[in-house]
Design a protein around this ligand. Structure first.
Ligand code: ADP
Length: 724
C-alpha cells in the first residue's frame, strides 16, 4: 500500500503518468481491470483511464442499454445503464469495487473508479477504505497538476500581454509614467524620456516620482505652476487632471493624469501621460492665423463692397441734379446716413465760405443744423473749414488727440455760433476740400457728436472720393448755369445786334429815299453827313463783330511802328468832335509831349475811340478828361468821366464779350467794345484798369510799355467758353 501511495503522490509531479499509476494499482491490488469512467449530464460516457484493457478494448464505444446492437449480447457487465463491452470482463464471476472520483477543475463532471476482481481472488474488505483514501490522494494530485498547468498557462498569457502592452507603450507617441500608490516608479516608456530629456539612468536612480518631478520641473517654463499642479494631484489621489505645459525650449506638452484602479475600484497607482503638442499648437496657430487673415480679407472685401456701393449711390444721386445746392443736399444726406452724425457743405463765394447744405442723422437735429445754412465764414480764418480750403488738404481732428478746440470745425467764432455748435455736439470732425479741375470750390465737413465715428484712413479716402464727386457735381452745375447764361446772353446779343444794325440801315434807307424823291438835285452837305455818320456807325459795328470773331479763334494781327500816343488821342478827339457835341459832352485834353512807343496805330485809335465814345455815351453830359502821361518805360492813358459809373459787381464782367451793365433799351451797343479794348491792350503787353463808383463816374486807366515787346501771353479765347 505504501508503494501505491508513493505512486499516487508521484501524480503531483507533472511527469507522473496516470496510466502507470492505474497499472500499478491493478498489479498491487490484484485487480483484473481498473476503469476510470465519466458521464455527462446528457448521458455521454467517456473512458478517462484504464488498466488491464487491450488497446482494442480501450477504443470500443460505450453505449447505454437502451441502444440495442450486435455488441449488446457480448456485454455482461454494466455501469449503471451503460454497457461495458470489454472482453476482459467476460469472466464468469467478478467482484467490483466502485469509488466516486470528483475532480474540481474539470467542470465538476461526475466520474468513478471501478476496480474488477475475480471473485475467486477477493481483496480483504478492509482494503476498501485504504483504496478510497488512495484515490482521494490521486484526486488531489490530479487537481493540483491541472491547477498548476492552468496557472502556468495564465502566467504565460500574462507575460505575453505584458510584452504586448510594453510594445504598445513604446509604439505610442505619448510619454507614459506609471507610479505606484506610494510614489514608486513602476514603469515608463522611452518616449517619456525623450519628451523630458531624461536618461534611463536618471529615472532608475530617481526611482520615485518625488525625485523625478524636480528633474522634470527644471525643463518647464513655469516650474511654480507645475509644482502646484503636482501638489494638487498628490492631495487628491482619485482626481483626474488635464493641463498644458510649455517647456523652456518652446515645446508644448499636454499632460493627462488619472488614478489606476483595481477591480474593487481602489487606487493602486497613478498614470501620467504626456503628449508633445508643439506641432498641433503650431498648426492651430497657423489655422487661427489663416482664419484671421481670411476673416480680415472677407471684412475688407465687404467694406470695399459697402464703400463702392456708397460711392455708386452718391454718383447716382449727384448725377440727378444740375443744381449745385440740390446736389450738395443729396450728398450731405448720404454722408449722415453712413459716415457722420451731422455734416455741412460749404462753397467758396468771393472771400468767404458759405454753408450751402447741412444734414443731421436724427430728425431732431435737422432743424438745429438748418440754422447753420447760409452762414458765411471768412476764408482767412486760420482754422477749420477755411484752413482746409486754403491748404487744399483734408483735416481730421479728434477732441482727445489735439489741443485744437473741437468746436472749430467750421472756423466760426461768434459766441452765438459757438453755442449752436456746442448744442449740436462736436467730439471729432473731418473736413475735406471740394476740388474740381484743380480749383478748390469748397469744403465738406463731417462731425461726430460722441466720437463714435473714428474715420480710418479708408474712411478718409472714401469721404475724399465723395467730396471729389460733389465738387464735380458743383462744377458741372456751374458750367451748366454759365452755359445757360451764355445762351441767354447770345440770344440777347442777336436781338441787340439786329437792332443796332437796323438803326443806321433805316436811317440810310430813309436818306436814300429822300434823295430819290428830290430827283436830280445834288444832295445837301447835311444829308451827306448823315450818310457818312450812319455808314461809319455800320462800319464800326461790323468791325467790332469781325474783331470779336477773330479774337475768339486767336489774336488780332498787329502792325507795330513808332506811334505818338498824344497825337493819336488828339486825332481821335477831333474825329469824335461831332459826337461829343451831339451828346453835349465837353472834353479836356491833358497830353504830355512825345509819348512815343512801338504800337499798332489803328488798334491804338480803336482803344481811344472806344473809351472816349463810352465816356460820351455813359457820361451823362458831364465833362470828360483825357490824359496822356508817361515815364521812361510806360505810357499811361486816362479817360475820366463823371457820369453814371459802374456798380462794383459789374466792373469785371463788362470786359467780357456781350456783357453790358445797362439796358439795351436806353443805350445802343453790342457789349463788345471793352472786350476788344482789353485784348488789344493785353496784346501790346499792357493792362487796363477801371476805377468807378456808381453815380460818381468812371475812370479807365490804360498802361502800355513803350519799349518792351508786346506780350505773347494771352488769356484763352473767352468767347469759346461763353458762346458754346
Ligand atoms: P457797349 O458800350 O457797346 O455796351 P462796351 O463793351 O463798350 O459795350 O461796354 C460794356 C458796358 O460797360 C456798357 O454797356 C456799359 O454798361 C458799361 N460802360 C462802359 N463804359 C462805361 C462808362 N464810361 N460809364 C459807365 N458805364 C460804362
Amino acid at each position: 500500500m505504501q508503494e501505491l501511495t508513493r505512486a499516487a503522490l508521484d501524480l503531483f509531479d507533472e511527469t507522473g503518468n496516470l496510466d502507470d499509476f492505474l497499472q500499478h494499482m491493478a498489479t498491487r491490488l490484484g485487480c483484473l481491470v481498473v476503469l476510470w469512467l465519466e458521464q455527462s449530464p446528457e448521458g455521454a460516457v467517456r473512458l478517462l483511464g484504464s488498466a488491464g484493457l487491450s488497446r482494442t478494448s480501450r477504443a470500443l464505444p460505450l453505449t447505454t442499454q437502451t441502444e440495442a446492437g450486435p455488441e449488446r449480447a457480448q456485454a455482461v457487465v454494466h455501469w449503471g445503464t451503460v454497457d461495458l463491452p470489454y472482453p476482459e470482463l467476460t469472466t464468469s464471476s467478478l467482484t467490483v469495487w466502485q469509488f466516486p472520483f470528483q475532480l474540481v477543475l474539470e467542470g465538476g463532471l461526475p466520474s468513478e473508479f471501478l476496480l474488477f476482481f475475480e471473485s475467486s481472488r477477493p481483496l480483504f474488505p478492509q482494503y476498501f477504505g485504504l483504496v478510497k483514501r488512495l484515490l482521494r490522494v490521486a484526486e488531489k494530485a490530479l487537481d493540483h497538476r491541472r491547477l498548476d498547468a492552468r496557472l502556468r498557462e495564465s502566467e504565460h498569457r500574462l507575460s505575453e500581454q505584458m510584452l504586448l502592452l510594453e510594445y504598445e507603450n513604446e509604439a505610442t507617441l505619448d510619454g507614459i509614467l506609471i507610479v505606484s500608490a506610494d510614489g514608486r516608479i513602476v514603469s515608463h516608456n522611452r518616449r517619456l524620456l525623450e519628451l523630458w530629456g531624461l536618461t534611463p539612468d536618471e529615472v532608475r536612480r530617481g526611482g520615485s516620482a518625488r525625485t523625478l518631478l524636480p528633474m522634470a520641473a527644471q525643463h518647464v517654463r513655469e516650474p511654480a505652476r507645475f509644482f502646484g499642479l503636482v501638489r494638487k494631484l498628490l492631495s487628491a489621489p482619485e482626481g483626474t487632471f488635464a493641463d498644458a505645459l510649455t517647456l523652456r525650449d518652446g515645446r508644448g506638452l499636454e499632460l493627462f493624469s488619472a488614478p489606476l484602479l483595481d477591480q474593487e475600484r481602489r487606487v493602486f497607482g497613478r498614470g501620467w501621460y504626456f503628449r508633445d503638442i508643439t506641432q498641433r499648437k503650431q498648426a492651430e496657430a497657423e489655422r487661427a492665423g489663416l482664419l484671421a487673415r481670411e476673416q480680415a480679407a472677407r471684412q475688407a472685401a465687404e467694406s470695399a463692397r459697402q464703400r463702392s456701393s456708397f460711392l455708386a449711390e452718391a454718383s447716382r444721386r449727384l448725377a440727378g441734379h444740375l443744381d449745385a445746392d440740390k446736389a450738395l443736399a443729396q450728398a450731405t444726406a448720404l454722408a449722415v446716413s453712413f459716415l457722420s452724425d451731422w455734416c455741412v457743405a460749404l462753397l467758396v463765394e468771393d472771400d468767404a465760405l458759405c454753408v450751402r447744405a447741412a444734414a443731421h442723422r436724427s430728425p431732431e437735429g435737422v432743424e438745429q443744423v438748418g440754422a447753420l445754412r447760409q452762414l458765411r465764414v471768412p476764408l482767412d480764418v486760420p482754422e477749420g473749414a477755411p484752413l482746409v480750403a486754403h491748404t487744399g488738404r483734408s483735416a481730421l481732428v479728434r477732441g482727445e488727440e489735439t489741443t485744437v478746440l473741437p468746436l472749430a470745425p467750421l472756423g466760426l467764432r461768434e459766441p452765438a455760433h459757438l453755442a449752436l455748435l456746442s448744442e449740436l455736439g462736436v467730439a471729432a470732425w473731418l473736413s475735406v476740400p471740394l476740388v474740381a479741375r484743380g480749383r478748390t470750390l469748397g469744403v465738406l465737413t463731417l462731425v461726430s457728436t460722441l466720437g463714435t465715428h473714428r474715420w480710418s484712413a479708408e474712411d478718409v479716402e472714401l469721404v475724399e472720393n465723395l467730396a471729389a464727386r460733389m465738387a464735380l457735381a458743383v462744377d458741372n452745375a456751374r458750367l451748366y448755369e454759365e452755359a445757360q447764361r451764355a445762351i441767354r446772353v447770345r440770344d440777347e446779343f442777336l436781338s441787340v445786334a439786329a437792332h443796332e444794325l437796323f438803326t443806321p440801315l433805316t436811317s440810310l434807307r430813309l436818306t436814300v429815299q429822300g434823295l430819290q424823291r428830290g430827283a436830280e438835285a445834288p444832295p445837301s452837305p447835311a444829308v451827306l453827313r448823315i450818310v457818312d455818320r450812319q455808314t461809319q456807325k455800320l462800319m464800326r459795328l461790323v468791325s467790332e463783330l469781325l474783331d470779336t470773331s477773330q479774337l475768339r479763334t486767336g489774336r488780332l494781327g498787329l502792325h507795330l511802328e513808332d506811334v505818338d500816343l498824344g497825337q493819336v488821342v488828339r486825332e481821335v478827339a477831333e474825329q469824335l468832335g461831332p459826337e461829343l457835341e451831339r451828346t453835349g459832352t465837353s472834353l479836356t485834353l491833358d497830353v504830355a509831349p512825345d509819348v512815343v512807343g512801338r504800337w499798332d496805330r489803328l488798334r491804338l485809335e480803336q482803344v481811344v475811340q472806344n473809351l472816349l465814345s463810352n465816356a460820351a455815351k455813359y457820361g451823362e453830359r458831364k465833362p470828360v478828361e483825357l490824359r496822356v502821361l508817361a515815364d521812361a518805360g510806360l505810357a499811361r492813358l486816362v479817360v475820366m468821366d463823371h457820369g453814371m459809373g459802374i456798380p462794383p459787381e459789374d466792373q469785371e464782367r463788362i470786359f467780357a464779350p456781350f456783357e453790358r451793365a445797362i439796358s439795351s433799351r436806353h443805350f445802343g451797343g453790342l457789349g463788345l467794345g471793352l472786350y476788344i479794348v482789353q485784348r488789344i491792350v493785353q496784346q501790346l503787353g499792357g493792362n487796363i484798369r477801371l476805377l468807378s463808383e456808381p453815380g460818381q463816374g468812371s475812370t479807365f486807366v490804360v498802361e502800355l510799355p513803350r519799349t518792351s515787346l508786346p506780350s505773347s501771353r494771352e488769356p484763352p479765347p473767352e468767347a469759346a467758353r461763353q458762346l458754346h
